[in-house]
Design a protein around this ligand. Structure first.
Ligand code: SF4
Ligand code: SF4
Ligand code: FES
Length: 255
């Protein structure tokens, strides 16, 4: 059997202010490769298909096991973690070629090549106070019990790795909109159902009540379809929508 080549087209950008451009690399295929291993091959041999030696492609990675979310890129048009995207799955064989198109996520500013700045997500987590406030200066004891059902649901939401897939897929997120996005709403659902987190539930509901909050969600449900952790985002959106309405009515009544 003749050798298989992965033809990799990368949407590159030198720095945040430069114009993007495409560069093509040929990488020899090996069984069980993933997108990161293809990028590592390019890094070891950064020569494009014109025979030019170029700067190696920059990308983000950390855990390499779909836990940190930092390697998220668009792979053949779909947003995925580069570390868990297997070439056999994402780039089907046509003749002796597997075609791979890699691009940075489009809803975040590009820092360089495939590296983006996901600060907007972290800023939104700060906005909704996605944490449990404890001062940690003394032993708080075992805390309140949670039912097993609540624990199971909380576990789903706690798996969010701020990867950005849901934000990338959401039609309501754009350069012109400051919509808080589905991941932050999922974290409001998580922390508002925690026995201690409930103490700040109203602050979180206030944070998602504004113009850029939950009311901007168009209910397209793209987010839930792309979440690699299968987090029930549309359930969170429906429940937080209801809680926000109750919160606003109570606020209006002065309760
Ligand atoms: S359901 Fe809402 S948050 Fe999810 S993709 Fe649609 S508009 Fe965005
Ligand atoms: S909710 Fe899912 S898709 Fe969105 S950031 Fe978290 S893990 Fe990623
Ligand atoms: S490197 Fe952490 S999710 Fe891919």
């Amino acid at each position: 059997m003749s050798e298989v080549t992965i033809q990799v087209t990368v949407l590159r950008q030198k720095d945040p202010d430069s114009a993007p451009y495409e560069e093509v690399f040929d990488v020899p295929y090996k069984p069980r490769m993933n997108v990161i291993s293809v990028l590592m091959e390019i890094q070891a041999h950064p020569v494009n298909t014109k025979g030019e030696r170029v700067a190696p492609v920059a990308w983000d990675q950390a855990c390499l096991e779909e836990v940190c979310g930092s390697c998220t890129v668009r792979v053949n048009g779909k947003v995925k973690q580069a570390c868990s995207a297997l070439i056999d799955t994402v780039a089907p064989l046509t003749g002796n070629i597997r075609r791979l198109h890699l691009a940075p996520m489009s809803k975040f500013p590009t820092v360089r090549d495939l590296v983006v700045d996901r600060s907007r997500m972290f800023e939104n987590l700060k906005k909704v106070q996605a944490w449990i406030p404890i001062d940690g200066t003394y032993d708080l004891g075992p805390g309140q019990r949670m039912s097993q059902k609540d624990q199971q649901l909380a576990y789903h939401f706690s798996q969010c790795m701020t990867c950005g897939c849901c934000v990338e897929a959401c039609p309501q997120v754009s350069e012109k909109s400051n919509f808080i996005g589905p991941a932050a709403i999922g974290q409001v659902r998580l922390f508002n159902s925690h026995p201690t987190g409930k103490l700040n539930a109203d602050d979180r509901l206030e944070a998602v009540s504004g113009d850029d909050g939950i009311a901007s969600c168009g209910n397209a449900q793209n987010c839930v379809q792309v979440c690699p952790k299968e987090i029930p985002l549309t359930r969170a959106i429906a429940e937080i929508n209801r809680d926000t309405t109750i919160y606003r009515i109570k606020k209006w009544l002065g309760k």
